[in-house]
Design a binder for this molecule. Structure first.
Ligand SMILES: *Cc1c(COP(=O)(O)O)cnc(C)c1O
Length: 392
């Protein structure tokens, strides 16, 4: 039997990095020592107290529920830790029905779309941007309106440039600041504008706050929920993945608008059954120790950021040091203008270094490439020196 691909899978854009992955393999076969700076997945271990809490919980034979479905016997410490964390970090108060804990943001984004979107509905997604917003729309048989993030607007969404037709039709709009891949940050005024836009046009804002804690030199990224009344028109997705070195653990939460949170909870009850209690305990522990755990993690990225940006700037680039995220977003050299894919391919073939071409994040990502700072210092240094040797 030869299974045919479902229509929804056919609607997904081609995986743009598949081509690069193939070229990586070819280069490796030729004996090139390939260095990837492509993936945003922290290289440092999860902090000890979090690991220890997981071990404590999984070994706790007095917890008669420890092996059971996480959704049926949830660990109340996790949402309590979420409340305390948002109160401490943003002075935001949350009620129980404004919180749903998740297995990270990626699948929650798709599940969220399945809970609120009908076939033909429109969702607004920033480009360049995280591909999963569009994937969520596709899985819900909805469609995406792409809103450009442009350098001249500091990679912020220009709400005034969104056509009236789109404002009328759209049900949801995704935002993500600090932003992957552009590293742009947004201030509270921007979020106020977003909330006003949501109210005027009856569109739910879903703010993906994946990098809100990955910030540098005293910069503090706001939560959209700090805006007065934001919880009437917005939700925020938070993930422990990047801030706490916990990508593989699958832990996060969605907070804000009660009805939207409730709909995500309904989807989850029907398809995922929640995460292991020990993981919920560990996630609660991580959040409760945020002020201790996060600064040393960010210090590692700050040093790498400085190294990467300094080397690039000594070699003809003119990049500002990002205030947030775990990436550097840089323009491609002049001769590769409009050809970020060719730049990435040439770089790989001539130096063995893999960066992600901006086009991989959508049409307005063209002209840029992204370096991830989630690689050991010496790997980053070696990669940068190879790029500079190329003399581009
Ligand atoms: C990494 C990332 C996420 C998701 O991470 P999870 O591990 O699925 O929680 C979400 N949004 C953006 C923009 C990311 O870069």
């Amino acid at each position: 039997m030869e299974m045919q691909m479902a229509e929804r899978l056919k609607k997904l854009p081609p995986y743009l990095f598949a081509d690069l992955r193939r070229k990586m393999n070819t280069a490796r076969e030729k004996g090139v020592k390939v260095i990837s700076l492509g993936i945003g997945d922290p290289d440092k271990p999860t902090p000890d107290p979090v690991v220890q809490e997981l071990c404590r919980a999984i070994n706790d034979t007095s917890d008669i529920h420890r092996q059971r479905y996480g959704c049926d016997v949830p660990v109340p410490d996790f949402p309590e830790a979420v409340k305390s964390f948002y109160k401490r970090r943003h002075d935001v108060d949350l009620d129980d029905d404004q919180i749903v804990t998740t297995m990270g943001s990626k699948d929650s984004i798709v599940k969220f779309c399945m809970g609120i979107m009908n076939p033909g509905d429109v969702g607004i997604a920033p480009v360049p941007g995280y591909p999963t917003y569009n994937i969520g729309h596709v899985f819900a048989s909805a469609v995406t309106y792409q809103v450009p993030l442009l350098k001249e607007n500091d990679f912020l969404v220009d709400f005034d440039a969104i056509p009236g037709e789109v404002k009328r039709l759209a049900k949801i709009m995704w935002l993500n600041y600090p932003n992957n891949p552009t590293t742009a940050v947004a201030d509270l005024d921007f979020f106020q504008k977003a909330v006003d836009f949501a109210r005027e046009n009856d569109i739910l804002i879903a703010h993906d706050n994946a990098y809100g804690e990955n910030t540098y030199e005293g910069y503090k990224a706001p939560s959209i929920l700090q805006v007065d009344g934001a919880d009437e028109v917005a939700v925020e997705f938070f993930s422990l993945s990047k801030a706490f070195n916990m990508t593989g653990w699958r832990a996060g939460f969605v907070i804000g608008n009660k009805s939207a949170v409730g709909l995500l909870r309904t989807v989850k009850e029907n398809i995922d059954n929640g995460s292991l209690r020990a993981i919920q305990f560990a996630a609660a522990k991580a959040l409760s120790l945020a002020e201790e755990i996060i600064p040393p993690i960010n210090e590692v990225y700050r040093k790498r950021r400085d190294m990467v940006v300094d080397v690039l700037n000594k070699n003809g680039w003119n990049i500002e040091k990002p205030k947030g995220t775990i990436y550097v977003w840089a323009p491609v050299p002049e001769k590769y203008k409009g050809l970020s894919g060719d730049f990435a391919t040439d770089l790989l073939e001539k130096t063995g270094v893999v960066v992600t071409p901006g086009l991989g994040y959508g049409q307005w990502g063209e002209g840029y490439f992204r370096i991830s700072l989630t690689y050991p210092d010496e790997v980053l240094e070696e990669a940068l020196s190879r790029i500079m040797d190329l003399n581009i």
